[in-house]
Design a binder for this molecule. Structure first.
Ligand code: 26Q
Length: 828
């Protein structure tokens, strides 16, 4: 297979130098030879590209060495399957992880270029909606740093998460053609193209040994072409791979149609193939049942599994007896769960394993992570749609289900109600495939993403399965990578921290606890406050530029950035802002703390209430920011187009982090962790990872409010929000201001749906129930902020005790309990 040629013998190729002069030369060479540019065509983006290619050169050999080391080690590997990888920008991260910070700064200085401008010229890779997609990105960063042989598999969407514009206070979506100016970081690998089947039917036949077999035939095929992106570890010579699939039409498919004379049909068919990887669904919390989405899911699953099997067969032949000891697929939510059936199909139909053999391999290879407790977000696919698109896979799912129901009948004889509840196929008007159940049945591990979330899963949603297989269920509390979320985005604090306790925290975040004693030192606190202030000035400049509102860095920066969703309760935040405004208007401003409130996040395009909340935010902001009585006491902005690169400016500048979801609804949250690491204090409910954040930092350094998850459930059914509003004079006035049209002067009734939801006895998010408790916690935060010495102390402690929330820890937990990989050190 491998041809030996001097071209692969690179022992005489000098390794590329890392001094600033080497980088200067590299940039000049790329400017001239890679980009083909002259003086006339200099632009920020070309300068960025020249630097990016220069940095990329420094990744390439390590990338090759890592691949070879992983192959040579011949150990177990994990494949992280995810419909989303929200990578953001790559340049700053690569520079940091390669240890090229100083050389790059110097080189750019010599060339008279500004690093900030070049970093800003890179387009975010926004191939994800929010938490789940960004988590995948943090995971691959940590795996590379821990030298774990983990490959990410995803889709190379042509259009990522939409760009959000605000027009007249409303969200307007614009397509994000992120590849328009090219992508320096990806390498196309056409030689690993896979063929993916759709449609057709199942055929039964007898093989040459007269054994009855099945095959999928009459299919319409699509090609999956891989594009690889390097994932550098932190200063360790490891470069792992993120492999993203692009769909393409097959040639003979075109020809077939062409020969039959229908040219237009052949072009249309080509389009259909190319549509699969065209766009990311911007929908993060409710299933949508769209055929194209199911195509995307199967496209990723099939291409990735085939790619892994290709590598397996190359190395081990067609013996799968220890495949499960050497391979693990981690499913990022149910989105890639059709993988369970696809692996079964290939093992049986193509490699001729018996059902039991194939099932033993599959069910010991798959592991599933759940990211939601909202029942409406659990994925289900209509059986007719599934059968039309993936008939052979549906056969297999039915067989998995039949065998599973037999296990249930054995364990709980006669309990047909339980069988109905647990069946992978939901009965009803139209039968549905329950993807979470398929994932649980097909996996050896099922985990939630924070302790509360995992506990609630086994107590509620998945309780039947927990009774059957308690050993499958476990918790893996989320994290974030401190490389991007502190070391790269918060340079002032990074150097202050490292000057005092060293820089081991960059790979051992728990070492930040050494900062705790510094919270007691006045001169350290002064420097800490100066860092925070510098970061706040940077954010203020961005807010001025993007929102045309001036934030005073002396005020408290009170921030809520995340997808807009009712359960996340941006509305509760707004009720507090209106309450503050009302206090100013009625002259109740004794002991006042000035606040700048920033809310940002995207609404799913079809989510009516979320879009209304954006409009309400903008309308309230318009009134507050233009009222001379208010002045610097209070500002409110809706920050447009919240994304990874925006968070890199926002998180370091936050004083107060809003984590105010209805308890029991936010699986974990990860923004909460980014804020904590950057020294923000949290105002939050006992939800998701907030609970663990509060445990780590101590209750005295956290502003807690609201019902807990058990109280939330107990409240349902006897909830009377109108009585709560009536009994609370502040609340009454806030509701009245919104309802009387004070924030919608020319459009009375504009926000009736919102106020109506607060007043509704069935409000699932219990906004009114937590109003008073929230207002009081906000008042405690305001008072605390006035004692800056004490506030800075608490801020330092938040950073100091954030060690648990590194994805390095999360990945070690996955590896210890689920993957069991041995780290691989490439030759250096
Ligand atoms: C499903 C079907 C069709 C189209 C889209 C989707 C879809 C896409 C994305 C459904 C859900 C998502 C994303 C969910 C998500 O981001 N969940 C968040 O995951 C984080 C990481 O674990 C948690 O911290 C958050 O609590 C959780 O909300």
């Amino acid at each position: 297979m491998t041809t030996k040629s001097p071209i692969v013998d690179i022992t005489d190729v000098p390794r590329v130098g890392r001094s600033s002069d080497d980088m200067v030369k590299g940039m000049q060479r790329h400017f001239l030879r890679t980009l083909g540019l002259s003086k006339a065509c200099i632009s920020e983006h070309y300068k960025y590209q020249a630097l990016a290619y220069t940095v990329r050169d420094r990744l390439m050999e390590n990338w090759k060495d890592t691949k070879e080391a992983i192959t040579d080690a011949n150990g177990k590997r994990t494949f992280y399957l995810s419909l989303e990888f929200l990578m953001g920008r790559a340049l700053g991260n690569a520079v940091l992880n390669l240890g090229l910070d100083d050389a790059t700064t110097e080189a750019l200085h010599k060339l008279g270029l500004d690093i900030e401008e070049m970093i800003d010229a890179e387009h975010d890779a926004g191939l994800g909606n929010g938490g789940l997609g960004r988590l995948a990105a943090c995971f691959v960063d940590s795996c590379a740093t821990l030298q774990l042989p983990v490959t990410g598999y995803g889709i190379r969407y042509e259009y990522g998460m939409f760009r959000q514009h605000i027009v007249d206070g409303n969200q307007v979506e614009e397509p994000d053609h992120w590849l328009r100016e090219g992508n320096v970081w990806e390498l196309e690998r056409p030689e690993y193209t896979q063929r993916i089947h759709f449609g057709g039917y199942t055929e039964h036949y007898r093989d040459e040994n007269n054994v009855l077999r099945s095959r999928w035939t009459g299919t319409h095929d699509v090609l999956a072409v891989p594009f690889d992106t390097p994932i550098p570890g932190y200063k360790n010579n490891t470069v792992n791979t993120l492999r993203l699939w692009k769909s393409a039409a097959t040639d003979e498919f075109d020809l077939g149609e062409f020969n039959s004379g229908d040219y237009a049909q052949s072009v249309a068919a080509k389009n259909e193939a190319e549509h699969i990887s065209m766009v990311l669904y911007p929908n993060d919390s409710s299933e949508n049942g769209k055929e194209l989405r199911l195509r995307q899911q199967y496209f990723l699953a099939s291409a990735s599994i085939k790619d892994v099997l290709r590598q397996w067969v190359e190395a081990h032949g067609k013996d799968f007896s220890d495949f499960a000891e050497k391979n693990c697929f981690q499913l990022n939510d149910t989105h890639p769960t059709v993988s369970v059936a696809e692996l079964m199909r290939i093992l049986m139909d193509e490699y001729r394993l018996e059902w039991d053999e194939a099932w033993a391999v599959t069910s010991k290879t798959m592991a599933y992570t759940n990211h939601t407790l909202l029942p409406e977000a659990l994925e289900r696919w209509s059986v007719p749609l599934f059968g039309r698109l993936l008939p052979r896979l549906l056969d297999i799912i039915y067989e998995i289900n039949a065998r599973f129901l037999a296990v249930l009948a054995q364990k709980w004889p006669g309990d047909v109600e339980r069988q109905r509840r647990m069946s992978i196929i939901e009965e009803g008007d139209v039968q549905q495939v329950r993807m979470a159940y398929l994932a649980i049945v097909g996996s050896f591990s099922v985990n939630g993403v924070a302790q509360l979330h995992s506990d609630l899963l086994v107590a509620g949603l998945f309780n039947d399965f927990y009774q059957l297989w308690p050993e499958k269920f476990n918790n893996k509390t989320n994290g974030v990578t401190q490389r991007r979320w502190v070391a790269m985005c918060n340079k002032p604090m990074t150097s202050l921290i490292s000057k005092n306790i060293g820089d081991s925290w960059i790979t051992q975040l728990s070492d930040l606890k050494k900062l705790a004693p510094y919270a007691e030192k006045k001169d350290f606190r002064k420097k800490w406050a100066a860092c925070k202030r510098e970061n706040k000035e940077r954010l203020a400049a961005l807010v001025l530029q993007d929102c045309d509102v001036s934030f005073d860095p002396d005020a408290m920066f009170d921030i809520q950035v995340k997808r807009i969703h009712e359960y996340k309760r941006q509305l509760l935040n707004l009720l507090h802002v209106v309450h503050l405004y009302n206090r100013i208007k009625r002259g109740d401003t004794a002991n006042w703390t000035n606040r700048c409130v920033l809310i940002g996040g995207k609404a799913a395009p079809g989510y009516y209430m979320a879009k209304k909340i954006i409009k309400l935010t903008n309308n309230i902001a318009e009134v507050i920011n233009n009222d001379p009585d208010v002045g610097d006491k209070l500002k409110l902005v809706f920050f447009p187009n919240y994304r990874v690169s925006a968070m890199e400016v926002i998180a370091p500048a936050a004083d107060l982090s809003e984590q105010i979801s209805t308890a029991g609804k936010e699986a974990s949250g990860t923004g909460n962790m980014k804020f904590m690491m950057n020294g923000a204090l949290t105002i939050g409910t006992l939800d998701g990872a907030n609970i663990e954040i509060r445990e780590e930092v101590g209750e005295e350094n956290f502003f807690l409010f609201g019902l807990d998850a058990a109280e939330v459930e107990a409240t349902r059914g006897n909830y009377n929000p109108n009585a709560i509003i009536e009994a609370d004079e502040d609340f009454k006035q806030v509701m009245n201001l919104i309802e009387c049209g004070h924030f919608s002067q020319f459009e009375p009734g504009l926000f009736d749906s919102i106020t109506g939801s607060v007043r509704c006895a069935d409000d699932p998010w219990l906004t009114a129930a937590d109003f008073r408790s929230y207002i009081d916690a906000q008042e405690r935060a305001s008072i605390a902020f006035q004692d800056q010495e004490q506030w800075q102390k608490m801020s330092v402690l938040n950073t100091a005790y954030s060690g648990k929330f590194s994805t390095d820890r999360t990945m070690q937990d996955y590896n210890r309990d689920i993957w069991k990989l041995t780290p691989v050190q490439p030759k250096s």
